[in-house]
Design a protein. Structure first.
Lengths: 229, 411
């Protein structure tokens, strides 16, 4: 009887050890191909229960993806910043821009940039118009329609170039040449009395344009308080 | 420049025509769904006496259920008053896009991260999916989600439907930023979509290392096209348009890029004549979805139900008022209460048949209390514009059981 119990006990012990080894083999991610990079992974303990959970510190670098080439970036890096970074070569004037505007923009924004509504649908917002003085109230209640024209409200002239180039005209976005974008930008700024009719806009002169509303934008501070702001 | 006046035909061409065509397309979609429904077999008198329908590769909603978004050329609202629980079914998630929903081949789509990084990198969709993933439940809300001067015949969908709640799956943005190595001096990143607007927003880099993620999954499957298929930025708790859809490019820089959306568009005029910019966080909000117009109430026991959420964190309390806001009663929150997620609240209530107004307000874990419309106007001025308006709203139950929106003049 005693020896039978011993054999049974021994058999059970072998089974447990085998189970531990097998479970560690199949569940231990350190045995996968990621192993060598897992510098922070804790050493596997000998307890069977530990085989089910292996907290892993992920590596800081997985080596996934391919290096972006200059050609990749040249194709997609189209943004223009307020300081002019990103502006391309080329130039334009209000006179050249008038023709572009009439052909490509007026259908939605109106012949004189007054905006177009059709069957309650806003096709394009008003772009041109200046309220008297630069300190006027933007508030809808007092300034009424037209307060947010380019001349009244847009704080950076570079934004106009960036937006027209990426998103306009709406039915054929990205179809204007850089010269056409400079020209239509010059046209809108001149009609809004921000630059002279004769101004030539390019990568140097455009970021130097100071918009009337430039200093009227402030950072949101709502989250710093539970007060209603 | 020609002085020839624009004809109606000229207006209908090009971009103008494209916009006008959208409404017609939406209507034909509904017509197709209804035609499909008409072709179904008749409803049996006793479903236990006839064999049921066979299995199917893709299930559909019951023929008796018709949740619909509202129609609109550039945005649609989720049918909040027809939904239960907290997850918004993906096919009625609200929409807002600036140049239509692009069709993008996932095999050709890439995400490029460049600018102030050590290793400018191009990731395919397959690459992105190899990184350790996370799934989190968060709401999205358009910052223009309030209808001022709404009439009594306004649904919860119409006054508040530009918000939805989903389980999003993707990669923490911090993982990708560590992969490319963020250079000292990087303070902002530009996120740019691959739609026809190439919508772009500048985001402070702290958000990337907080809880931002690059999502490819929505409610257990790939993103819906309207929600950014195949890849979108998800900035939990921040105004909808910063969560750039159809994401193709992230560029790190030392200052904001001043895109159109963050200068002339999503900025709020204040009482002092200045304009608030980079107004990211969505403040706490709630809406009672039942009772609400056009539902009717029956005498006796009912459950008042609604949703509460805050971009600042978890909802701490949802409260109801039956006396125009003089006193408030705490409703029960359905757990688990998750941060920056729709939270269902409910309150069993016995209606005695008398005319009653019920309003709700949300209070979040930071102590922020959802304001009244009066408090918002006092703080910002009546001309403050349409964004980030989160006023307390409510419903009037009339003696005949009809329910109407509690109107409030914006003045």
């Amino acid at each position: 009887m005693k020896s039978t119990a011993l054999v049974a006990g021994l058999g059970l012990a072998i089974l447990i050890v085998a189970a531990i080894v097998l479970s560690r083999r199949s569940l231990d991610p350190a045995r996968g191909t990621m192993g060598p990079t897992l510098a922070g992974a804790p050493a596997a303990s000998g307890r069977a229960a530990s085989a089910t959970v292996h907290p892993i510190d992920p590596p800081s670098h997985f080596g996934i993806g391919r290096a972006a080439t200059d050609a990749d970036l040249a194709r997609i890096d189209i943004d223009v910043r307020a300081d002019g970074q990103g502006l391309p070569a080329g130039s334009g004037t209000a006179a050249a821009g008038a023709a572009v505007y009439t052909a490509k923009c007026a259908a939605c924004h109106g012949k004189d940039g007054e905006g177009v509504r059709q069957d309650r649908l806003q096709l394009g917002p008003r772009l041109i118009g200046r309220n008297a003085g630069d300190a006027f109230d933007f508030n809808e209640s007092t300034a009424k329609e037209g307060a947010k024209t380019v001349g009244n409200y847009w704080p950076y002239a570079t934004t106009l170039f960036d937006y027209v180039r990426r998103a306009m005209p709406q039915d054929r976005p990205g179809s204007l040449t850089n010269d056409e974008v400079y020209a239509v930008t010059a046209y809108l700024l001149a009609r809004n009395q921000v630059v002279a009719e004769s101004a030539v806009l390019d990568a140097t002169s455009l970021p130097a344009v100071k918009m009337p509303s430039r200093d009227r934008f402030v950072r949101d501070d709502r989250e710093s308080s539970t007060r209603v702001r | 420049m020609t002085d020839k006046p624009l004809t109606r035909r000229a207006l209908l061409g090009g971009a103008a025509g494209a916009i006008a065509a959208t409404a017609a397309a939406q209507l034909s979609g509904v017509a197709a769904a209804e035609a499909q429904e008409a072709a179904l077999p008749p409803v049996p008198q006793d479903p236990t006496k006839v064999p049921g329908a066979p299995t199917s590769l893709v299930g559909t909603r019951s023929r008796f259920e018709h949740p619909r978004r509202t129609s609109g050329p550039t945005s649609t609202q989720a049918p909040l008053h027809e939904l239960v629980g907290t997850i918004t079914p993906s096919d009625v998630h609200y929409e807002r896009h600036h140049a239509g929903v692009p069709t993008i081949d996932p095999a050709a789509h890439t995400l490029t991260i460049h600018g102030l990084v050590d290793h400018p990198t191009v990731f395919t969709l397959e690459d992105i999916k190899r990184f350790p993933s996370v799934s989190r439940i968060h709401f999205l809300e358009c910052s223009g989600n309030y209808r001022r001067n709404a009439p009594e015949s306004t649904t919860a969908q119409q006054v508040c439907g530009l918000t939805s709640n989903s389980e999003w799956t993707g990669v923490p943005l911090a993982t990708l930023f560590r992969e490319v190595g963020v250079k000292r001096g990087a303070k902002w990143f530009l996120a740019e979509g691959r739609d026809a607007a190439m919508l772009s927003r500048s985001i402070p880099i702290e958000k990337a290392f907080d809880d931002a993620m690059i999502a490819y999954g929505q409610n257990g499957e790939a993103l819906r096209p309207e929600q950014g298929y195949p890849l979108r930025l998800l900035l939990p708790g921040w105004e909808g348009n910063t969560n750039v859809k159809w994401l193709g490019r992230l560029k790190l820089g030392d200052e904001p890029f001043m895109s159109r959306e963050e200068t002339s568009k999503y900025t709020e005029v204040m009482k002092d004549g200045r304009a608030r910019q980079f107004s990211f966080v969505i403040d706490a909000r709630s809406i009672i979805t039942s009772p609400s117009y056009p539902q009717t109430m029956r005498r006796g026991w009912n459950e008042i139900r609604g949703l509460a959420w805050s971009g600042r964190g978890r909802i701490a309390r949802a409260e109801l008022s039956f006396d125009e806001g003089r006193t408030w009663i705490e409703a029960e929150l359905q757990g688990p209460v998750l941060p920056k997620a729709h939270t269902r609240f409910r309150y069993p209530w016995k209606w005695d048949g008398g005319e009653t107004t019920v309003m709700s307000r949300a209070i979040d874990e930071t102590g922020y209390v959802q304001p009244t419309q009066r408090e918002l106007i006092d703080a910002r001025g009546v001309g403050c514009g349409p964004y980030h308006l989160n006023p307390v709203t409510g419903w009037r139950i009339r003696t005949d059981g009809t329910v109407v929106f509690r109107t409030e003049a914006w003045a």
